[in-house]
Design a protein around this ligand. Structure first.
Ligand SMILES: CC(C)(COP(=O)(O)OP(=O)(O)OC[C@H]1O[C@@H](n2cnc3c(N)ncnc32)[C@H](O)[C@@H]1OP(=O)(O)O)[C@@H](O)C(=O)NCCC(=O)NCCS
Length: 164
């Protein structure tokens, strides 16, 4: 079991991990699963800014990833990161999400972020809310019914962790 920076050749694995969350879940508000090429572009953008994108590897297989990028584009947000974490369905609830998120918290500080925000799709997403709570995030807000997926209105839960 190890965590390392993501590499461009991980793009297909990243796409495969993310696709079930897009197609069958409410954590992500995307509705079409990005291709490996799309994930490669996203990875390149994150890396080009010096922001962290980490993968978890079990027996040579990438089974989870987490990254942080600037929360919003405008310059005054430059010290505020937004983090995301996804674990392959068959590998969930084995500690991988927590290991990845804590590693991203640590590297995000080095990358210059002073605050980390998680924008969690679906106030019923106990897995993600539980994980972020376990990693020292606290709930700071709720936006009601701002999304809709599978014919259901969806909230977002905002959670935040200070890095200073
Ligand atoms: C959310 C997600 C990343 C969690 O990853 P994971 O590897 O399954 O989580 P872990 O096994 O590391 O759990 C770590 C801790 O988080 C908390 N946690 C995880 N799932 C939980 C749940 N269903 N209810 C309450 N707490 C939970 C627990 O404190 C857990 O520690 P414990 O197992 O010792 O009790 C994973 O479920 C996932 O990829 N879900 C789909 C996509 C998603 O929601 N991503 C988050 C987008 S913001």
């Amino acid at each position: 079991m190890s965590i390392r920076p993501a590499r461009m050749e991980d793009a297909a694995a990243l796409a495969a991990i993310y696709a079930p969350a897009v197609l069958h879940g409410t954590a992500s508000f995307e509705v079409e699963a990005p291709s490996a090429a799309d994930m490669a572009t996203r990875l390149m953008q994150v890396k080009s800014h010096g922001w962290p994108w980490l993968v978890h590897v079990t027996m040579g297989q990438v089974d989870g990833y987490a990254y942080a990028s600037q929360f919003r584009d405008r310059a005054a947000y430059r010290h505020c990161g937004e983090c995301s974490v996804y674990v392959a369905p068959e590998a969930q609830r084995t500690g991988i999400g927590q290991a990845l998120l804590m590693a991203v918290v640590s590297v995000a500080r080095t990358a210059g972020f002073r605050q980390l925000v998680a924008v969690i799709g679906d106030s019923g997403n106990g897995n993600s809310i539980g994980l972020h709570t376990a990693c020292g995030f606290e709930r700071v807000g709720l936006l009601k019914d701002v999304g809709e997926k599978f014919g259901r209105p969806l909230d977002i839960v905002m959670m935040q962790r200070s890095l200073v």
